[in-house]
Design a protein around this ligand. Sequence first.
Ligand code: AHG
Ligand code: MN
Ligand code: MN
Length: 332
Amino acid sequence: MAKITTLGEFIIERQNEFKYAKGELSNLLSAIRLAAKVINREVNKAGLVYDILGAAGTENIQGETQQKLDVYANDQFIYALKARGEACAIASEENEDIVVFNNETSKKGKYIVLFDPLDGSSNIDVNVSIGTIFSIYRRLDENKPVCIEDFLQPGTAQVAAGYIVYGSSTMLVYTTGHGVNGFTLDPSLGTFCLSHPNIKIPEDGTIYSINEGNINQCEEGVKKYIAYCQEEDKATNRPYSGRYIGSLVADFHRNLLKGGIYIYPGTKKAPDGKLRLLYECNPLAFIAEQAGGKASNGKQRIMEIQPTKLHQRVPFFIGSKNMVEKAESFLI
Ligand code: AHG
Ligand code: MN
Ligand code: MN
């Protein structure tokens, strides 16, 4: 039997690739790995919590109030990161403002972490894949108190990014800017094991993922591109298959492995779309590019957008390089 490489071993093996102090990123990734395992345990019990013990916000049979899973996941990330001391502050989709760690271990931390603790939360109580997304940056100036500007760096400044997908198995996929690697959680060992080394997204794919219920709300270019996906053409394998889970992480993960495009465009009601630049789009864009794919807002590379606010939303086109370029060619 081939030797298993665990995520912990892999991080240590690859830490020379990291341009800053060796152990720091390893410690951060260990914190994230721990939070992922704790969240995974709770996600696996979601049916029990919601259906047997009582829905979130209600009291369970022991008289304890249930916590919403996304709040629980958020807390786990904060506990794990605060305990290691490498991150001095975080920003999360679940918190309106940045959360600064003032404890002795953390206040000198050189990193900040942004995350979407639970992505696809509408799928939790129907047993469909959900995820967690994270993004790591160096703070701008270690000698000044951490501030909002540290969080408003463009995606090109990310030092690492990744996601966890809680699916038919649980996987952690991440990049530090040297390719993309995927690890599957072996539940019997409680360990993430390298299962998808050096992931490359096919340049072309045959899957398109969009919430088609919104199509009449979209700009003409998006309508025309979707009509193009549905046209019959043997040479380009069209019509493509429509696949939409409604959990960005899960939709992106499938397209990363099989080839495809995920689109969340602007709509009449929400001209900037729904997805958040800092917690969702930038980290997945970093992974897509590191795997040979592309991510844009239709006109501009996602990672070059200068963020102006923490919870900023952007239209999102991500996936196989040729598919994203084709979609862009339909937009004016
Ligand atoms: P979150 O659960 O973190 O709020 O994110 C939900 C997002 C994303 O996961 C998904 O792709 C998208 O919302 C689905 O939105 P629609 O239901 O509008 O298609
Ligand atoms: Mn999300
Ligand atoms: Mn979320």
